[in-house]
Design a protein around this ligand. Sequence first.
Ligand SMILES: Nc1ncnc2c1ncn2[C@@H]1O[C@H](COP(=O)(O)OP(=O)(O)OP(=O)(O)O)[C@@H](O)[C@H]1O
Length: 340
Amino acid sequence: MITLSNVSKSFRTSKGTVHAIQDVSLEVKLGEIFGVIGYSGAGKSTLIRCVNLLEAPTSGSVVIQGKEVTNLPAEELMQVRRKIGMIFQGFNLLKTATVYDNIAIPLRLTDVDKNEIDGRVTKYLRIVGLEDKHDAYPSQLSGGQKQRVAIARALAQEPELLLSDEATSALDPETTESILELLLKINAELGITIMLITHEMNVIQKICDRVAVMENGRVIELGKTVDIYAQAKHPTTRRFVNSTYHKELPPSLLQELKETGPVVRLSFVGGSTSKPVLAQVSALFPVSPNILAGGIIQLKQEKIGTLVVHLNGDPEETKKAIAYLEDQGVKVEGVEVGDE
Ligand SMILES: Nc1ncnc2c1ncn2[C@@H]1O[C@H](COP(=O)(O)OP(=O)(O)OP(=O)(O)O)[C@@H](O)[C@H]1O
């Protein structure tokens, strides 16, 4: 659906050149929800602006549905843009217009048949669950309701791709949850591909099939969400993943336990969930595994079970026990002070 190849974008400022994104290559597949996560300044907004054609890359290519869009003439650019809907952190609603008009006005400005507009507004307000708010003004709505109107406005253009720029960042956790549910429904029922940028790992966890992690303008890790959860490679990715775990272990306890053996997080994905591996560890090695914490993380497609375990035993034997666990398909990651 979208292919970015070696995309870079630099800005000239009075203080010199800023390399906002550097050599980014990634693909967003038809029908998936693809997330881009990074801390502030990582280059996420610049990246999404290169996809919605508001920013031209300094170098590299952006292909949307098979069409190279970096040097398109204005008319063709408009046509590609029409296939792309966009939602924002700040909703961007017209304050002086009703909910109905917020959705209808952009339709009136495009070539949508006048007789079709009313039906579209009603249809998409129903999909976002706001059919009773036709005549309300944005000031009379909660943040979550405003974002639903913005989503209905984007959907009413009947796009094939929805771009989301931190759409839940201004919302409380419960409202965030309901907007994420709505994005899942839009993806599943309307078949719309979604590319989102966020700095919140719970957004990636709950709805993204795949994720790219950005730092200093570059993609430092990219993969299926389940693989990133099971075994993140880059320390920044690990920090994001760890931010979604409950902080159950006091650092002083962790420090104390490490004197008698490593503390590890075991992730059980797919087939490894049903094996009694910990019982086998204590039967096969002179190592006592003590469970310190545990939980189940629900990803978009699957669940991951995690256990934080102290492996009490001789260093050589705990190493063998870890190798055995990995052999059994369990992902093992050391837990350091500060991770939890
Ligand atoms: N128009 C611009 N002119 C100059 N520098 C820019 C411009 N846009 C972005 N930058 C710089 O590029 C870098 C990446 O910014 P960008 O906004 O893409 O990051 P971000 O990950 O979206 O951060 P945030 O989450 O804070 O919005 C930053 O150093 C930023 O200051």
